[in-house]
Design a protein around this ligand. Structure first.
Ligand SMILES: Nc1ncnc2c1ncn2[C@@H]1O[C@H](COP(=O)(O)OP(=O)(O)OP(=O)(O)O)[C@@H](O)[C@H]1O
Ligand SMILES: [Mg+2]
Length: 335
């Protein structure tokens, strides 16, 4: 086995921003002795990715996600730390690095504003020196997968956000890069467009083995696509690991929602470790129980409920990522 395809160690980025001095003559004083505030946007981030991984890089607004992505893509030079992507230092070997990676910034297009999408895609093929037949085949495949057909001849400036984003994704993947960086590729899209983009991302990863770093605020993206997440806040890594393990750690409980038959009362269940969930917002005739599946078997809970009650419906609720992430941020704020 070769080493990781992405290695990040002690990565940091400080932004220096001049501050204006307030008051009369403030502008002049700023000019004469400029003062700066320093913001440490990324503050000692380390992680490693194996080739073929798809990792969610998550965190609240201002956490330092985009800044990290910019350093990994070679747009920004770090203040400190080490980055190697496919053996290259991104900001030192920018051109060679650019051939290994594809990038989509959801907030900004990389396409030529005035050109029809078709021409933009064509140009990318030439810029990257992709062999013509191969480029034509890949373009046709991506056009089909992303549904670009109806707007291939539309200038990029006239595309809707969802259309443009699909165009951007196609453009990033046309040169068939080994690594793809996606910074909020589903921002502002409707559910259908999101699904299409998620499908495309999943397929590039599974079928082509593309290594993908994905930032998003949409936790459905994460549930759908990522096994592993790196969670950052205030420039530091809070968690790096399996989504499933994160849920176990922060929200170990399962819930069983019981719908009682009309007029049936609740008599409780006597199973150790099972309690009525006092956070649940139960409708009349509904009872929510919570238990830790590590110590209590789901089947035992269900059997105990059915033994003493007349029930019309039972549903088991797994903890969602949303609640988990919410809990982590809240705990962090309180610390
Ligand atoms: N060019 C810049 N100059 C000064 N400060 C900046 C600059 N870019 C970002 N910052 C600051 O660095 C911090 C991290 O910003 P960054 O854009 O990396 O966050 P993010 O995690 O991508 O947030 P979001 O989820 O809102 O996109 C923020 O406090 C931001 O204000
Ligand atoms: Mg960002």
């Amino acid at each position: 086995m070769s080493g990781p395809i992405i290695e990040v160690e002690g990565l940091a980025k400080e932004y220096r921003r001049p501050v204006r001095v307030e008051g009369p003559l403030g502008g002049l004083r700023s000019l004469l002795s400029p003062r700066h505030v320093t913001k440490r946007a990324v503050d000692g981030v380390s992680f490693a990715l194996a080739e073929g991984e798809l990792v969610g890089y998550l965190g609240p607004n201002g956490a330092g996600k985009s800044t990290t992505i910019k350093m990994l893509t070679g747009i920004l030079r770090p203040t400190a730390g080490l980055v190697r992507v496919a053996g290259l230092v991104p900001w030192r070997e920018r051109e060679r690095h650019a051939r290994n990676i594809g990038v989509v910034f959801g907030q900004r297009t990389q396409l030529w504003w005035d050109l029809p999408l078709r021409d933009s895609l064509e140009l990318i093929g030439r810029l990257y020196g992709v062999e013509r037949a191969r480029h034509r085949a890949t373009t046709a495949r991506f056009t089909e997968l992303l549904g670009l057909g109806p707007f291939l001849d539309t200038p990029v400036r006239q595309l809707s956000l969802g259309q443009r984003m699909r165009g951007d994704l196609a453009a990033a993947m046309l040169p068939e890069p080994r690594i793809l960086f996606l910074d909020e590729p589903t921002i502002g899209l409707d559910v259908v467009a999101k699904e299409r983009i998620r499908d495309f991302i999943a397929t590039r990863n599974r079928r082509d083995g593309t290594t993908i770093v994905l930032t998003t605020h949409d936790l459905d993206d994460v549930e759908r696509l990522c096994r592993r997440i790196v969670l950052i806040d205030d420039g530091r890594v809070l968690y790096d690991g399996d989504v499933a393990r994160l849920k176990e750690r922060y929200a170990p409980h399962r819930r069983l929602v019981v719908q009682l038959a009309d007029g049936a009362g609740w008599h409780g269940v006597r199973v150790p470790g099972v309690a009525r969930d006092d956070e649940a917002d139960d409708a009349p005739g509904q009872v929510t129980l919570r238990f830790d599946p590590a110590g209590t078997r789901v089947a035992d809970v269900i059997t105990a409920v059915l033994a003493r009650h007349e029930v019309t419906d039972l549903s088991l609720v797994e903890p969602g990522l949303e609640g988990v992430v919410h809990r982590i941020y809240a705990a962090r704020g309180a610390a």
